[in-house]
Design a protein. Sequence first.
Length: 306
Amino acid sequence: MTSRECLEYQNKALSSIRQRMSSPDKAATESTIGAILLLAGVEVRLGMPRQVQLHMGAIQQILQVCQRKRVYLSDDIKRAIFWSDLNGSVMTGSSRVVDHTTFSELQYRRNPSHPDFFVLPPGFQSHSYLLGQDFVEILKDVFALQCIQDTEILDKEEAMPMAQVDSHQASIQSRLVSLPVCSPISECCHQAAYLCSTMLRCKVWRTSTIPSHLSLQLLCKIQSAINSPVWDDSPDLSAWLLHIGGAFAPAGSIRQGYVQLLHLNHSRLRWLYTSWPELLLILKQFIWSDNAFLSQVKAFWEENPL
C-alpha cells in the first residue's frame, strides 16, 4: 500500500468512525473497534504517533463502555487490540492503553511440564549482574519460546497451542517494553531479546516491518554504548548482538552500520572465532534457533567475515 493509498483509506475510515463515535454506547461493537484498529495501523505505517495515540485512546473508551454494558468481545478482537497497541507503541512511541494483564484471555503462565525450557542461556549467565533479575526472568521465557520453535510446535495448526504461544510472546514483549534500563548494555540486550522473540514466531511476524525497525533501534543503542568498557569483558555478547541485529537489518545504511561496528570491534572479536562453525558455537550460547535464525545470520556472516 502506497502512502497516497494509506491517506485515502485514512480519510474514508475517519469519516465512518466519527459517525459511530458520536454515540459511545453505539460504538461499543467489534466492527467499530476493528475499523479503529485498521486506521491506527495505517497511522503506524505513516509514522503518526499523535494520531495513533488518539485512536488507541478511543479504543480505551470503548473498552470501558463494553465493560460497563457487559458487551461480549471475542478473544480475537482482544488480541488484535493488544498487538495494535503494543506495535504502535514500539513503532511510533505512542503511550500504551493496555498490557499483557488487561485481558484474561492473554494471561500467560509457564508450563510446569517443561521446566527445562525456562532456564537462562549459558551465554547470559556470566553477564547476569548487568541485566537485572526481571530481565533474567524474561530471558528464560524467550529461551522457552526458542525451545517451542525448535520443537516445531509453531508448524502445527491447532488453535489452542497457537493461542498459548501468542500469549507467551505477548507477555515477553509487553514486559520488555516496560523494563527500566539498568545500563546501556542491558538496554541493548532488551532490544535484541525483543527482536529475537519476534523472529521466533510465525512467518507473518518475520516478514512485517517490525524486524527492520527493531534492528535499527538496536543499532542505535549499540552505537550509543560503543565506548563502554564492559564490551572488553563481553566480546561474546557483542558478537551475538551484532550478528542478530545485522542479520535482520534491511539492505542499505542500517545493515552497513552493523558491518562498520563489526570492523570497529575486530580487535575484540578476532580471537573469538575465525570460521562460521566457531561463531555458531558462540551464538548458540545465547538466544538462538536454527529454524528461525540460521539462514539470515549465516548470510550476514558470509557477507562480512572478519
